[in-house]
Design a protein around this ligand. Structure first.
Ligand code: SAM
Ligand code: ZN
Length: 280
């Protein structure tokens, strides 16, 4: 099969990669085989501090189960509109910290259904997440990689997404082209308030983050809120397992959720849109 241009760059030398779908290689013949599901592992061993970094199998499965039931479809819809305003035909979209690709894939499909062809890719440091993402959508390229060492060439992205994932200003500045967009999603003040209330004696609200980021022009913020109803303990457990609270909660507090069969909770997301400064 013929090699075509990949959206990814070689993690060894930084040159762009080509792929035939099964293998990725650069001009210097550094070569990376894709996994059976289609993702490619571009994470260098010195770019991770544990052997199995990022979300583990259970967290990835919990997030997939939860998201696939549509509980956060209102966020996906709002993101599709936000990306639609920013992208043009043939643009490159990179989802940095894409998880199992629910939003990456949903946005790609939404644009395609509108007749807008883009090139989309996602990276995540978790191989379980990249594997699930690749199975979800064969038209989007997925790689294991870190947002702190993004396997993409300088200025190669028109739109970068960063959804509930680690943030690296220097790398985002490097890979987004001048005038390109960065779209971030962070939890709002009361996000999952009732879930936290069910677990903790004294839950805290999320702190708002300062909007200004050096090197970017802050364009606008969308807020999307919705009360969701979870009607069984499996979905409640999936939601809790996919949150950062899961690993920081005592077994006693976790037990409080076990007998819960119904939970109505607020979801509150902030979508922040930025444009990279520079000449364009
Ligand atoms: C809360 S999840 C969000 C996933 C996805 N964006 C979503 O909203 O469904 C955070 C993700 O960041 C990934 N992650 C953690 N550290 C990372 C890093 N240094 N580089 C890339 N991804 C990372 C985790 O593996 C996890 O999939
Ligand atoms: Zn190379």
């Amino acid at each position: 099969m013929l090699y075509r241009k990949s959206l990814f760059a070689c993690p060894v030398c930084g040159m762009s990669l080509k792929t035939d779908g099964k293998n990725y290689k650069c001009g210097k013949n550094h070569s990376f085989d894709a996994a059976k599901s289609g993702y490619v592992n571009l994470l260098m061993s010195n770019h991770m501090n544990t052997k199995n970094p990022g979300d583990n199998k259970l967290m990835v499965k919990s997030r997939s189960d939860f998201l696939d039931k549509g509980y956060y479809s209102h966020l996906l819809d709002a993101l599709c509109d936000a990306v639609n305003e920013a992208v043009s035909e043939n643009d490159v979209l990179l989802d940095a910290g894409c998880g199992e690709g629910y939003y990456t894939s949903g946005i790609f499909d939404f644009l395609q259904n509108k007749g807008i062809e883009i090139n989309a890719a996602g990276i995540d440091i978790s191989k379980y997440a990249a594997d699930k993402a690749a199975r979800r959508n064969q038209k989007v390229e997925f790689a294991v990689g870190s947002v702190f060492h993004i396997p993409a060439t300088d200025g190669s992205c028109n739109v970068l997404l960063n959804i509930f994932a680690p943030f690296c200003r220097e790398e985002f500045i490097r890979v987004i082209k001048d005038g390109g967009y960065m779209i971030m999603v962070i939890p709002g003040r009361k996000h999952l308030w009732e879930l936290k209330n069910a677990v903790y004696d004294t839950p805290y609200e999320n702190n708002p983050k300062p909007e200004e980021i050096d090197g970017f022009e802050f364009l606008k913020k969308y807020e999307t809120k919705k009360e969701i109803e979870l009607e069984n303990s499996h979905d409640i457990a999936s939601l809790f397992t996919m949150t950062p609270y899961f690993y920081n909660t005592s077994p006693e507090d976790k037990n409080k959720l076990e007998n819960l069969k119904y939970l109505k909770t607020e979801t509150e997301f902030e979508i922040l849109i930025y444009r990279k400064k520079g000449e364009f």
